[in-house]
Design a protein around this ligand. Sequence first.
Ligand code: SF4
Length: 575
Amino acid sequence: MGPGILEGKMKSVKRLEQTKNETFISGYDRKKSREWGGRLPVAVVFPEEKSLGMSTLGWQAVYRLLDENDSFYLERFFWDKKKNSVVSSDSDKQLSEFALICFSLNFEGDFLNLVRTLYANSIPVYARDRQGWPLLMAGGPITFINPSPVMSGLDFIYAGEAEDGFRKTALEVKMHWMDGADRQKVLESISSFPGIYVPGRSYRVARQVHASGHNILAKPACSAFVSGKTVFRDSFLVEINRGCPYGCRFCAAGFVYRPRRTARMSHLQKMIMQARPRKVGLVGTALTDWKDLQKFLKWLKNEKIKFSLSSIRADSLDRTFLEFLRSCGIRSLTLAVEGISQGLRAGVNKNFSEPKFFAAVREISRLQFNNLKLYFILGLPGEDEKDFQELALFLEKLDQARNRGKDQRKKGLELISISASMFVPKPWTPLQWAPMDSQEAFKEKIKKFKQLCLAYRGMKFTGENPFQARIQGLLARGTIEVYELLLLAAQSGGNWKQALSRWPLDMKDYLDRERSGDEEFSWDFLDMGVEKSYLRREWHRYWKRIMTRPCPDVGCNECRRCGMEDYPAHLSAEA
Ligand code: SF4
């Protein structure tokens, strides 16, 4: 994640290159030669479309981290549908011309594009068959949740937050490249670096956590580019926090980014004043928990900078805050409800108060927001008919709350957009032992939910594609054998059904059974710091509907993450 925005060359951050739709913000002079000279040529690959890449912070932070150092020559590669591969956004150079290729893996779907890219660039798909350069590595959240499905195609992975260790590894690679060393020598020399896992050479890898002080994120990430052609148009993204204290039991981010750390407002203000963007996108979890949020938003408003918020919680939406958001021109809000009943929400440890939620909906309607988007999860373990009966009641109360907020002319919140995703048991969560619903069960549940929404005007329902959700589940929980399936899918133009019919294994074995307590997982070679026994305890609490308190501000010893060596005790104990 983010490099030292306030340090070194970044003190002179300025806009160095501006094209019609893109502004580059960094300390390194891009007007330098487009030849690499004595620098290590590094391809930073985001295997999705550029519009999505430019709205994603993680890889941009890594780009900045390397770009601050004169040792590296960087180019960005994004997915190009027509070429069925990634292509450079900065020149017409080919991927295989680069010595180090760094894939940023953010979604399970990226696995397929990684394999397609290897085929399109005639790079042998198995690392063991490759000779010489380039070296291929991956980082990003999916890499440290479960990279097993693509491990056979990679030379190494970097597990964790890049600030402390990744540049050191890249410098080591550069030294060997300059010396003309062969790949085996390089891989041997980096195999014991912190956060590095080289298949066949490393044993277990602990996620690198950027520790800078208790609860403090001293080096928040921010955009390296601002573009008009992105999901968050023209936005300069800043990282408000990393990690989430709530520990929702289905959410990997709540466990793999522990401990929770928050940026200092003064740091964020300096970053923004240096970049002087028109719009700021606040990135983080449970943003409304941040005690400085309202102060920070007021400051942005005074500076005439527009903003957007990535995640807010219903229970912290009071009248004053909603009025403020409305006065800033915000017209659409997104809230996560998650489970379809209170019991399921308690099971997943979702801190959700129905009275507070409906009071917020009433206010949202009174203030005439245009659209309220609500997220639900279908298929949580044990979900049954009673939960759907409760959902029917919930939707009725939702409609009533919206109508109560309308004025005498019946003006208020017109559109409620409901989106239901399928529950996928993710590694590193307490629900990693759970089975996943079958495609038929999902289809049935989507139909029921849709039917319930049809009873209300202005309530729009969208359900996830059950087959795609199952594929996501398979990739999320995949073993190294899944690589063969990815190769088949790439060979059949992305046709998963065809690939599955030719694959000797059965996806049902990965998805349809509850795992036993002593089963080994394909992600066990990673160490996220959170004890497996803690996750197992949370799995039992799911069934008993017992909630676990959010991480306390002063840290604790519950999941043992705060006691990790890379999060020094003198910092974690600081009150
Ligand atoms: S040890 Fe306690 S405070 Fe630290 S991450 Fe785990 S639960 Fe949260």
